[in-house]
Design a protein around this ligand. Structure first.
Ligand SMILES: *[C@@H]1O[C@H](CO)[C@@H](O)[C@H](O)[C@H]1NC(C)=O
Ligand SMILES: [Zn+2]
Length: 323
């Protein structure tokens, strides 16, 4: 079994449509988050994940993809994305909760659900571990532009080329360009890649951006919403409001959150500005397209890792605990 498992996993991954940052992208998000955890969040993560996952969000992040094709977890497949019914080819990108997640079964509601569940001490340890692993994963997925796009099944139905190999647009974003980037620019190691992005966050080019990452406003929002007035809304308010409601409401309705919607809009906007800008027949991994995509991939993974830490810190320590 030990030997068979990876083979089965790879076969499943190849046979099925890819629907997520690949393993490397998810692990990167997890390793970045791990670095920024506050004391109680860290203690929970370590004891909940245990030695199975090396007590780290990095190794645990791909789990949700590894189970989504098993019959016991088939229900979770729609939770990895939101099908935004916009028009990226006409330069019209948008995410609307009612239009795109009207049935309440998408990544937006899933993040709310598992935020409530991971905090719920009345649930079993394994239920809370499951909630943690889903959050670990979905905060990554929501940063992948094609997880927030309905067009051609999030690009899965668009044939593409990556370094000479046949693939599809979605898979090129999930894995093709990510692994090339890691190989060429980050020593071929996911942990080196995560460390490089962590350094950018702590002291490098991302340092000045991190406030905005947690503010849950986006550049697509009107300026008035960004000016820090009393209606300004960040990760901390979003999580606290949800947890307060969850305690009140016996019926435990899944309240839509502000931050995941803003994150979704942010990554969806890249569908208009970058993702669909290839020319027919272009090799996505050897052309200018790749050069334009890499900064987006780096930024989205770093941002989502940082947000995942902030999210868990509010849940367990009551504040983002981040500069
Ligand atoms: C919340 O998560 C639980 C456990 O995975 C699941 O059974 C339930 O259907 C989810 N609820 C909603 C509304 O998504
Ligand atoms: Zn996924």
């Amino acid at each position: 079994m030990q030997i068979l498992w990876p083979i089965v996993y790879i076969a499943a991954a190849c046979a099925q449509r890819a629907f997520a940052w690949g393993t490397l992208g998810h692990q990167t998000v997890g390793y970045i988050a791990q670095e920024f955890l506050a004391p109680k969040a860290l203690a929970f993560v370590q004891s909940s994940l245990g030695s199975t996952y090396d007590e780290s969000l990095g190794p645990a992040a791909p789990w949700a993809d590894s189970v989504r094709y098993e019959s016991a977890y088939r229900w979770s497949a729609p939770l990895h994305f939101v099908d935004a019914e916009d028009s990226p080819l006409s330069d019209s990108c948008s995410v609307q909760e009612q239009r795109d997640c009207g049935d309440g079964d998408c990544i937006l509601t899933a993040i709310a659900n598992y935020t409530t569940r991971v905090a719920k001490t009345s649930l079993s340890a394994s239920q809370r571990q499951e909630a943690l692993k889903f959050l670990d994963h979905f905060l990554g997925d929501i940063g992948q532009p094609l997880h927030v796009e309905a067009y051609e099944v999030g690009g899965n139905d668009i044939s593409a080329k990556c370094s000479g190999s046949s693939t599809n647009l979605h898979a090129a974003w999930d894995t093709g360009m990510v692994s090339k980037n890691i190989n060429e620019n980050h020593g071929g190691e996911v942990q080196t890649y995560a460390a490089d992005l962590i350094a950018r966050i702590k002291t490098g080019s991302y340092k000045s951006l991190t406030d905005d990452w947690l503010s849950c406003t986006s550049i697509t929002e009107p300026v008035s919403k960004r000016s820090g007035d009393t209606t300004a809304h960040g990760v901390e308010e979003d999580v606290k409001r949800l947890l307060a409601r969850a305690e009140d409401a016996a019926e435990a309705t899944i309240t839509p959150l502000e931050c995941p919607l803003v994150w979704a809009r942010e990554s969806n906007a890249y569908c208009c500005s970058v993702v669909f800008t290839y020319t027919t027949g272009e090799d996505l991994c050897t052309s200018e397209y790749y050069t334009n995509a890499v900064p987006v991939i780096d930024l989205q993974l770093a941002k989502q890792g940082y947000r995942l830490a902030a999210w868990l810190n509010v849940i367990f320590d009551g504040a983002t605990n981040l500069p």
